[in-house]
Ligand binder design. Structure first.
Ligand code: SER
Length: 585
């Protein structure tokens, strides 16, 4: 059964049970600044799960585009990808466990209306209970009544059978369905065997029914919602794998055409899969309006594209191959999602990013080649990281190709030492912000953010803050960069900053978790260890946003009255670090 047919059958099955089909929301959440991407079908529906009335009613069904990047390292194995489609049926305070489980079972096993899977190969898990919610005997009984024998139903804890989108929001116990890919090995008859089968990918999770009747605040379950909801999610890629009798998602019809175009670019299968996955996700993100940048969604798109390019044998996706890959992706999704027809725009955006990457890549690669042929020391890996923006993982992939080792422990040690050095200063700074709140000092503080960003734009992404000192007379800023700045570069930086001052851009901050701050591309001081929550200051908003940086504040309210920015001195501070002294006049 093709993926198109699976989507069609799913929607029709629930439509026949009084559900309204709703379209997929964008991959970029519209009203939720706490997440970068739609990572589950429930996300766009949160307000309705919390009780707001949905215009299409209490029973909904959809296929939602999702992007998750936290398992990016796993991409290349049998089942991980960064973009996926989730089939979901929804009860917003309407039906609950009995109907949800019964319909899941019917859809999975019915030959006429559903997928016609073999009920003897189905295994299910349910919540074992804890202080937040009781053991889910009810769901287990429903499964038994449908014919699933007791020895194929397993009670598991929160790590496995509780679903919530994060630390806040609707959540609840869930019941998950697994399909046995190798029944010839003989039946699984107890929890230990099941866990082993799961570890060995002998069973694959095909569906999750979440019984959302609880709410979480700051990571703790605080009580029940005013209504009982059902949130189900079945990954289309995995269902296709099961239905098409494949042992990995890349051999399904969703990926096969894309893989064929990628084949010639990399000699090993894992790399081919990484390229196929990352370019596919990139195209879907571009179709939802994301462009490569250094912040937020744009930064993730940039990382995906650079990683795809890096995994090709020649560190390049030639234009012809790119056109063919994008064509294969568009072919799969143009009839399913909006804005998928813009093939030439997709190619153009990717091509432009590829050219930008080539520039920093070459610098870093040259440096890598100069390093020891008998291995990369922790210090060297650390330099590649701080000065050339090579994440450890990239250095490791490079080293592997050369058949040499990277001293990972040494790298981590360098990192720790650096963090220890900066910690005390950073703590003071982030707890209390600037000690001196004289208006001139505050203006220098904002000017420091502008300088940090301007230097990165003029000199490149390898520039990181290495130190800062502010008085009411001047700012002093240390940053990673190896060469003396030319007069022209200094002029460019000054002009850029004065332009922003002239525009009188508003300055504002948002509080968020440190993880989200970095994922969304916020600049931080290199090596500083931040607490769980940080403030991120933006200068300018939307398309006009110039700077986005973690900081305790305070800052000016808008850039207009800061004065004229002037670089007074640019000099070496220590090896690989330059120092600027500047004033506002
Ligand atoms: N929200 C649940 C999940 O993502 C079910 O849709 O697995």
């Amino acid at each position: 059964m093709t993926s198109d047919e699976i989507r069609k059958r799913f929607l029709a099955f629930f439509e026949a049970r009084n559900h309204t089909v709703i379209p997929s929301a964008s991959l970029v959440p519209e009203n939720d600044p706490s997440v970068l991407f739609t990572t589950a079908g429930m996300q766009p529906l949160v307000p309705y799960l919390l009780g707001q009335e949905h215009p299409a009613g209490k029973r909904l069904v959809n296929v939602q585009k999702c992007v998750r990047t936290q398992d990016i390292e796993e991409v290349g194995d049998a089942t991980h990808d960064t973009f996926f489609e989730m089939l979901g049926n929804w009860s917003l305070g309407d039906y609950f466990k009995k109907d949800a489980i019964t319909w899941s079972y019917e859809f999975l096993t019915s030959k006429d209306e559903g997928l016609g899977l073999d009920p003897n190969r189905l295994y299910v898990t349910v919540f074992e209970g804890d202080e937040d919610a009781p053991k889910d005997e009810e769901s287990a009984e429903i499964w038994k009544s449908l014919g699933i024998p007791e020895e194929r139903i397993y009670f598991l804890g929160k790590e496995d059978n509780w679903w919530s989108p994060g630390d806040n929001g609707p959540c609840g116990p869930d019941s998950e369905m697994f399909y046995d890919l190798r029944p010839e090995v003989g039946p699984i008859t107890n929890k230990e065997e099941f866990k082993k089968a799961d570890d060995q990918s002998r069973v694959v999770e095909v569906w999750n029914d979440v019984f959302m009747e609880y709410e979480k605040k700051d990571g703790k379950v605080t009580g029940k919602l005013t209504q009982q909801n059902v949130d189900t999610g079945a990954g289309l890629e995995r269902l296709a794998m099961v239905m098409q009798d494949k042992d990995n998602i890349f051999d399904t019809d969703l990926f096969a055409g894309i893989m064929k175009e990628v084949e010639g670019l990399a000699s090993d299968t894992k790399k081919q899969r990484i390229i196929a996955d990352h370019v596919r996700t990139a195209v879907l993100l571009i179709s939802d309006g994301v462009v490569p940048s250094n912040t937020e969604q744009g930064y993730i798109l940039r990382r995906l594209l650079r990683r795809a390019i890096f995994n090709t044998d020649n560190k390049e996706i030639p234009e012809e191959s790119l056109a063919a890959i994008v064509g294969a992706i568009v072919f799969k999704y143009e009839a399913v999602y909006e804005n998928m027809q813009n093939t030439s725009q997709f190619i153009q955006v990717i091509q432009k990013e590829q050219e930008a990457f080539k520039k920093t890549l070459d610098q870093g690669l040259k440096q890598f080649e100069k390093m020891g042929s008998d291995g990369i020391s922790g210090k060297e890996a650390f330099t590649l990281f701080t000065t050339y923006g090579f994440p450890l993982e990239l250095t490791q992939e490079l080293a592997q190709e050369e058949g040499i080792e990277v001293d990972e422990e040494g790298f981590k040690k360098e990192m720790r030492e650096h963090q220890d050095k900066s910690r005390s200063g950073a703590e003071g700074k982030f707890k209390g912000g600037l000690a001196d709140t004289n208006p001139k000092t505050i203006a220098y503080h904002t000017a420091t953010h502008l300088l940090h960003e301007a230097l990165r734009r003029v000199l490149g992404d390898h520039v990181h803050q290495r130190g800062s000192n502010i008085t009411s007379e001047r700012l002093r800023f240390d940053f990673s960069h190896t060469q003396k700045m030319t007069d022209e570069e200094k002029q460019k930086v000054e002009d850029m900053i004065n332009e922003i001052i002239k525009k009188d851009l508003p300055v504002s901050f948002t509080e968020m978790s440190t993880g989200v701050a970095f994922e969304s591309g916020a600049l931080g001081e290199f090596g500083v260890k931040y607490g769980d929550k940080v403030k991120v200051y933006s200068v300018g908003e939307g398309d006009d946003r110039f700077s986005y940086e973690i900081c305790g504040g305070p800052h000016v309210e808008s850039t207009g009255a800061m004065g004229t920015f002037k670089i007074k001195k640019e000099e070496a501070s220590s090896a690989g670090v330059r120092r600027i002294k500047a004033t506002l006049e």
